[in-house]
Design a binder for this molecule. Structure first.
Ligand code: AHR
Length: 499
């Protein structure tokens, strides 16, 4: 195969930053994400602060979780925040009707979540209950968290151990309001949104709220169009989009997380690549109403959704995570980076033990998934200056269908170092890249790689490091050119040291 000619362009005149919030995560009261995930049983022999697992915190701190979305998902529109504050023994037991009818003891509530965020160094991103809550309930939650006035609600917060306001700024107003959040029409939701947003108050001394509209289901332009048309720009900081990757594309039989063949690998990565066109479509609609790009698009649920692991509760959405997931993650993050003028937030679903998880636990044991390692590699892009990358991708062909084998994104950080993230989706063929970087002077290249013998390889509790990062030796400086041999089925991030 001919070498791929790749150019990393200088930053465009209208400089664009890759928001660190693209590197956000999601923790729903679902299956074993919170309970038996972040929040350990008191008797579990792991390092803990209260009941927060510190081995998980330590791992996540390393990849710089920009924000953490909570308490859902579908659960958010059934959640009543008062159930989760005050003395634990007095908190009611409720039923998680969305996820396996699990009994929710509410031991993990608002204060515990905000303590977790503080330990992680992550910004909290709360989802308010629009589906089964009230405007007053949401407004009270905001006052409880953000006001410094002397009121019964703030006194309650102080009694519950937090004297100072928390200043939580990121607020989703509902979740999937077209579905589990209330099955609303877009026109009805936009009226409801405006009502809620009107009472989402900024409190003196707390930073202004970022009010976020519950956005479209995948490829549904009508929802975005109606939101942008009906909601004044000043009333929304962001608008969301949910787009999952199903291996088969069929919700009834999504395909297994491991043990799949090349045909299912191919359809998974093909489906994941749809994210680019879907984001572009929603961004174009937003441009019509908001040409100055004031409103952020937040893809606040994305990731691979497979069948659950055999023998596990179908309502708990527990799935393994293979090199295939890592290739999807690297590709999707490249897509988000390259749309960073509009995509200014994203949340992988979900952080621990649910869907495309970063971390899996089994009692005291914990492992880092291949997807975790991609977030480790890509953290260099957080809040860095975006650099456009141009190339003609070779094709990866299977059964007469073709998709681009290569995807990439690049950025320059505050020290001047340039980072290029490259994904080769072809599981059978390495690629050679000849890269020019006009206007960028650099003296050395280093890198790290994630790959494995098979795209279905994964980390198990017996072999937790089967798929792990390694130093990458396949990039060389030839004069001003960077020559890279990118192995089959790999994610590589290169760092170019400035002169
Ligand atoms: O992430 C799992 C679920 O997927 C969320 O609760 C919901 O918002 C989406 O449908």
């Amino acid at each position: 195969q001919q070498p791929v000619q790749l150019t990393v362009q200088p930053a465009p005149a209208a400089k664009t930053t890759i928001s660190k919030h693209i590197y956000g995560h999601f923790a729903e009261h679902l299956g074993r994400c919170v309970y038996d995930g972040f929040w350990a049983d008191p008797g579990l022999n792991v390092p803990k602060q209260g009941r927060i697992r510190l081995d998980i915190v330590e791992a996540l701190r390393k990849i710089k979780v920009a924000n953490l979305r909570w308490p859902g998902g579908c659960f958010a529109d059934a959640y009543h925040w008062r159930d989760g504050v005050g003395p634990t023994a007095q908190r009611p037991r409720t039923i998680n009707t969305w996820w396996g009818d699990a009994v929710e003891d509410n031991s993990f509530g608002t204060h515990e979540f905000l303590e977790l965020c503080q330990l992680l160094g992550a910004e909290p991103y709360l989802a308010a209950n629009v589906g089964s809550g009230t405007v007053q309930e949401m407004a009270n939650w905001m006052e409880y968290l953000n006001s410094n006035a002397d009121t019964p609600l703030t006194q309650q917060r102080r009694q519950n151990g937090h004297a100072e306001p928390y200043g939580v700024t990121m607020w989703g107003i509902g979740n999937e309001s077209w579905g589990c959040g209330g099955n609303m029409t877009p026109a009805y939701y936009t009226d409801v949104y405006k009502r809620y947003a009107t009472f989402a108050h900024n409190y003196p001394g707390s930073p202004p709220l970022k009010r976020i509209v519950s956005g479209a289901n995948g490829d549904d332009p009508a929802w975005t169009e109606t939101c942008m048309k009906n909601i004044p720009l000043g009333m929304m900081w962001g608008l969301t989009l949910h787009q999952y990757t199903l291996p088969t594309g069929d919700w009834g039989k999504k395909g297994p997380a491991t043990g799949f063949g090349e045909a299912e690998y191919f359809s998974t990565v093909r489906n994941c690549l749809r994210m680019d066109a879907i984001v572009a479509k929603h961004a174009a609609i937003m441009d019509k109403y908001d040409p100055k790009k004031q409103v952020a698009l937040l893809v606040d649920e994305w990731g691979v959704w497979t069948d659950v692991e055999p023998g596990t509760n179908p309502g708990f959405l527990y799935q393994q995570n293979s090199l295939r997931d890592a290739l999807v993650a690297g590709t999707t993050l490249n897509i988000f980076n390259n749309h960073c003028d509009r995509v200014r937030g994203a949340n992988l679903a979900q952080a621990v033990n649910v869907l495309q998880a970063l971390i899996l636990t089994d009692k005291e044991k914990m492992l880092l998934t291949p997807t975790y390692h991609v977030f480790d590699l890509y953290q260099v892009h957080q809040d860095a200056e975006w650099l456009p990358v141009q190339f003609q991708s070779p094709e990866y062909e299977l059964g007469g269908e073709k998709i681009p084998a290569l995807n990439a994104s690049a950025s320059r950080d505050k020290s001047g170092a340039v980072h290029i993230s490259l994904v080769n989706l072809n599981p059978n063929q390495a690629l050679t890249l000849q890269t020019t970087l006009p206007g960028i002077s650099w003296k050395a290249v280093s890198g790290r790689i994630l790959t494995s013998a098979k795209v279905s390889d994964y980390n198990s509790f017996d072999k937790p490091n089967a798929v792990q990062l390694a130093d990458f030796k396949g990039a060389k400086k030839h004069g001003d050119q960077l020559v890279v041999t990118l192995p089959a089925k790999s994610v590589v991030v290169l760092e170019l040291t400035p002169t």
